[in-house]
Design a protein around this ligand. Sequence first.
Ligand SMILES: [Zn+2]
Length: 278
Amino acid sequence: MLQSTVLKSVHAEGVALHSGRRVSIALHPADPGSGVRFRRVDLADSNMIEARPGNVVDARLGVRLRNEAGAEAMTVEHFLAAASLLGLDNVLVDIDAAELPIFDGSLCQFAQMIDEAGLAVQNVARRTIAVREALRVEDGDRFVEIAPSSQRRIDMTIDYPAAAIGWRRVTLDPDDPTQRKRIINARTFCTLSDIEGMRARGFALGGSLDNAIVVDGGRIINEAPLRDAEEFALHKTADLIGDLALVGARVEGAVTAHKTGHELNTRLARRIAALDPA
Ligand SMILES: [Zn+2]
């Protein structure tokens, strides 16, 4: 299995979820072994931020990366998930602000950008980390673990007090094209009360029904139906894939997650990355 980069540069624009600002994103080809790097074109120097677990400084609302000079890239998880699912290893991602666009809250537009650019196979083997013994991180009844397996599989359970979401479970193979498409299409979600809390702290200023499913108790506020009966659990799977992509290698193992989120996922990414430091 060989590494790949984008065949040509592509560009898009969209609104950032938390800042509410219009931001620009461009993908450029990158050398083998360079991984995913975000470049803040609005900063003069020290503007390169590598996607790796050691650069995660906050994972409460989304994943925020910071380099040694303090330059940040926020809400990177959906791009990382799309790149991981589509087999894009090395790419330079130019952004002109501290946060990536949210687009429609799913991975769709990032996947479209990668499709539009096309993939160029590079003559270097993709790094693979095969888990030899189970690793688990937990917090109360929430956990995420990876166990040795020759097949990649994700078993995701979610359990939300809001009745419109509730308890759901999906078991997915991220290498299966049909299941991959379902993961790519699934949008992020939140509750009406989450929005009030985030807005009060200056977050989610760009959030709207155009980039999230919004739930109030047993009701979904968006007029259009869900894209998939399991859209909520599928999106949590997308987040998990993006968070584990921080490892910077193809990770082989069976993942089981229960009520997990970015904080637990990025802690697991750190443990996996430590198995085989690049
Ligand atoms: Zn997400």
